[in-house]
Structure formats: C-alpha cells, structure tokens
Design a protein around this ligand. Structure first.
Ligand code: ZN
Length: 284
C-alpha cells in the first residue's frame, strides 16, 4: 500500500467536504494552498458558470479533477421525465469533459414519487446508464457508478452493493483493457458488505475502480446523510479497505468526501483541510 505521509499530492478533496461556503474559485485556491493533489467539484458550483475558466483555474492551481459530482437521478414516473433526466446528465458530461474529470460520478436514484416498483427503477437505471455511456465515451469521459449504502435504497440509489454495480457494468459494457464504465468506491457505503474484499478484487481485475472516497461512519450517527465523520472518528477500517483497493490495482487519488452539516461544515475551510491532511497521513 502506498504511504500517504508526506504525499498529499496523492490525496484529493471533494468540495462537499467544505460545505459550499465559498465560490468555487476560492475553494480551488484553498485546496491547492493546503497541498492537495486533486479536487472533485459539484455541479452546483460549476453549472451556470464559465466552465472553461473554472477548468483553467483548476489546472493552473496544479490540481487534477478526480471526479465530477454527480448525476441527476435517472428513474422517473413518465418516459418524458426519464428522457429529461438522461439529457440533464448529458449536459453534465459535457462539463465533466471540459473539466478533464477522471470520471463523472453517478448516484443513480431510486423510486420516483408514488412508486413501489424498485425493479422498474432498476430497469430505468440500466437503460439510462446505457444511453449515457454511449454519449460519455464519445466525449472522452468515464462513468463511475457509486453504489450507496442500502439505507438510501428508497430515495437515492437502488444500486446498493459493489456486486450489483459490477453486474451492471458487465451487462452494459463487455470487459476490455480500458473500460469506460466502472465504480466509485466510498467507504461509507461499502464498509459493511460481507463480500467487500472479493468484489474489490473483481473490480480491480476488470480495471473498473475509477475513484475512492474516504470519510467515517460515526456511532451513533445523528443523520445518515449529513453526519459523516472525519477519518479516524468512526468505525470504518479505512486503511484496510485502501490496502485491498490498492492491491487490486487502484493507483488513483484518495478523495475525502464528508457531509457534515452540524460539525465540519460549521468550521473554516482551512481548519477542515488541516484535519483532513492530518488524518489522511495517519489513519488512512
Ligand atoms: Zn462518495
């Protein structure tokens, strides 16, 4: 496993970690000043802005874009709405291309309002991802499917395990030396999975690990959405998971992604980044 001590260039900050306190330009500068090698911006910071200029700013700051977050949910009540969701994602893929993002991160969505048919949601996810992969490939953008913890299965992601995500990848895109469809592995979503080690190995063999997110699961958790912990403050064996992922061949950046409305988002960006840097180098 790579040593992260003294190697913040191997580490990245997902901008959600900083609570969207400042415009993207300031966020880019503060992340670069803190010594990180990469950044993962969100659409809310980019869309409606001058994307080319944001991309130039990130490059000039010496940062790589580990991922672009995230997709519009695919499942919808009507076919027209479904197609609109696909189209919204095509526009986001255009921006991911401009940003030279390593991949476009997809959180796929689940039951549309009023529905109890999770199989229908899964079918729409497969159809939508197939359409988007075709578009993304022609625009030079890889797609990361991020399975979410099953606690979000009703509203955010009917895709809940790494095994399911890899099954979907294989169904949509045959194995090859450099696939365009892969997975984003976030410790918060996968730490509990009894098949984790085997599925990481499977993803590595298929060259489908496109991103790696770190944070921690606090016990007790006050809110499963916005009470994620700083690495080291919870129960996830982050170093163990990183070791498995790197043994499977992952050589990309280690990206911190913490949603924390009551704690880290209330602190200054500089303080959060300082603690992220410390913990990446000591407990990850
Ligand atoms: Zn994540």
């Amino acid at each position: 496993m790579r040593v992260l001590a003294g190697r913040l260039d191997l580490c990245a900050i997902n901008t959600a970690t900083l609570g969207f306190q400042a415009p993207i330009g300031e966020v880019i500068d503060v992340v670069a000043r803190a010594g990180f090698g990469g950044i993962a911006p969100w659409r809310r910071e980019v869309e409606g802005g001058n994307v080319a200029s944001i991309a130039r700013h990130i490059r000039a700051a010496g940062l790589t874009v580990t991922g672009y977050c995230r997709s519009t949910y695919l499942p919808a009540t009507t076919h027209t709405e479904f197609l609109a969701n696909v189209e919204a994602n095509r526009r986001a893929i255009d921006d991911a291309a401009e940003l030279c993002a390593h991949s476009f991160f997809m959180v796929v969505g689940s039951l549309p309002p009023g529905s109890k048919d999770i199989e229908a949601a899964r079918a729409q996810v497969a159809e939508g991802t197939t359409l988007l992969l075709e578009y993304a490939r022609t625009h030079g953008v890889r797609i990361s499917l991020e399975p979410l913890h099953p606690v979000y299965a009703a509203d955010r992601s009917c895709l809940t395990t790494l095994a399911e995500a890899l099954n979907l990848c294989e169904r949509i895109e045959p194995a090859g030396p450099a696939p365009w469809l892969g997975v984003g592995i976030d410790v918060y979503h996968v730490w509990w999975d009894p098949q984790l080690t085997a599925q990481i190995a499977r993803a590595g063999t298929a060259k489908r690990i496109f991103g790696f997110h770190v944070n921690d699961w606090l016990v007790p958790s006050r809110d499963v959405l916005n009470d994620r912990g700083m690495m080291g403050d919870g129960i996830i064996d982050i170093a163990g998971i990183r070791n498995t992922i790197e043994e499977a061949g992952y050589s990309g950046l280690v990206e911190v992604e913490i949603f924390s409305s009551q704690d880290w988002w209330t602190r200054s960006m500089e303080e959060t980044l300082r603690v992220c840097a410390e913990r990446l180098q000591s407990v990850c």
